[in-house]
Design a protein around this ligand. Structure first.
Ligand SMILES: CC(C)(COP(=O)(O)OP(=O)(O)OC[C@H]1O[C@@H](n2cnc3c(N)ncnc32)[C@H](O)[C@@H]1OP(=O)(O)O)[C@@H](O)C(=O)NCCC(=O)NCCS
Length: 308
């Protein structure tokens, strides 16, 4: 039987080792996950920075078999005091008894968080990990975001009558950017996002837009070496940082045509994969990404009863 103890900086080398092994296993299951040079050193240094945060380890005799550590807190995340364990390297365990190890590690860490008044808890984990998917679900977590990847195979389909081109200023798609804000505020997404007016003029990364009779109809926006989960950022990966098709033109293949252009653009740049992150409650966007990409990371959130 294993024991749960407080996280301590002395446990970092074994914890980093555990994570590096699990990263290699994930890459075996899903080859699009980027290869990482210096992963052990990266995790070691990240865990060292976090070693004073609340955290727990699981021991079987004198062997470390799991760890879980807080990466940060916020006093107002989605309106709640929230504790996070994100980044993928912030928790790991051996495969044997993984469900029980995670149940017990979370019970101890949650106790620490609730003692400090953090009633909202957020984790992320590998989407291919069915044991964790079920355990987090069972512990009362629900999905908020997913991160997905795809190879540079070309998505099929056609969308006649559109002209697609790279744009250097966002002025030509201002109408779409305004519409996009309204879309995110609506049900069932209810995503609170504030408009940044400077954003309209500055192009960070590359934008490709689709026009129908010179009217902007949609766009796709990407950046190289960028990801919500830092570990997935990579020089051979382009992140789709945004995509939008005006509502009356949806479901006619325009989004797919933009995606095809993104694939061609990535090919020209010698990249290997596309990455995207989105809110799982976004029906249109979520379905679109699920049709063309494979989930790689899930982010989940649990809100504990504050009366406790
Ligand atoms: C996501 C989006 C860019 C796709 O553009 P599109 O032109 O509709 O895409 P296509 O016609 O090529 O593909 C249609 C697919 O998108 C998804 N989709 C689009 N509209 C949908 C809707 N109203 N309901 C459910 N799924 C929808 C489905 O997967 C659909 O495939 P299906 O018809 O086989 O079910 C567009 O729906 C959009 O702008 N949505 C709002 C903004 C958004 O969610 N952006 C992504 C942010 S992360």
């Amino acid at each position: 039987m294993f024991k749960i103890k407080e996280f301590d900086h002395n446990y970092i080398p074994e914890a980093a080792d555990l994570f590096v092994k699990s990263y290699a296993e994930q890459r075996q299951n899903f080859s699009l996950i980027p290869e990482k040079d210096g992963l052990y050193e990266f995790v070691n240094s990240k865990l060292s920075d976090l070693s004073n945060n609340p955290g727990v380890v699981a021991f079987d005799g004198d062997r470390l078999i799991g760890y879980m550590i807080e990466t940060r807190t916020s006093d107002d995340f989605m309106g709640e005091r929230t504790a996070f364990s994100l980044g993928l390297y912030s928790h790991s365990s051996v495969e044997v008894d993984k469900a029980k190890i995670y149940q017990n590690m979370y019970a101890k860490l949650a106790e620490k968080w609730v003692d400090k008044g953090y009633y909202s808890h957020i984790f992320n984990f590998w989407a291919q990990d069915n044991v964790l998917s079920y355990q987090f679900f069972r512990l009362g977590f629900g999905m908020t975001h997913f991160e997905l990847m795809r190879s540079l195979s070309k998505p099929k389909g056609s969308c006649p009558g559109i002209s697609i081109r790279k744009i250097d200023s966002m002025r030509s798609i201002k109408k779409l950017l305004d519409e996009e804000m309204d879309f995110y505020h609506r049900s069932p997404l209810f995503w609170f996002i504030e408009k940044d007016d400077d954003f309209e003029n500055e192009v960070e990364g590359d934008f490709i837009a689709a026009f129908i009779d010179d009217e902007p109809a949609g766009f796709i926006h990407f950046k190289i070496n960028d990801a919500e989960t830092q570990l997935l950022a990579d020089k051979k990966t382009a992140r789709i940082a945004g995509a939008y098709v005006t509502s009356r033109f949806r479901r006619r293949g325009l989004g797919t045509a933009l995606l095809r252009k993104a694939v061609e653009w990535a090919e020209e740049k010698g990249l290997k994969r596309l990455y995207v992150e989105g809110e799982s409650a976004n029906i249109e966007g979520g379905n679109f990404w699920m049709k063309h990409f494979t989930p790689v990371v899930y982010t989940v959130r649990r809100c504990v009863d504050k009366r406790i």
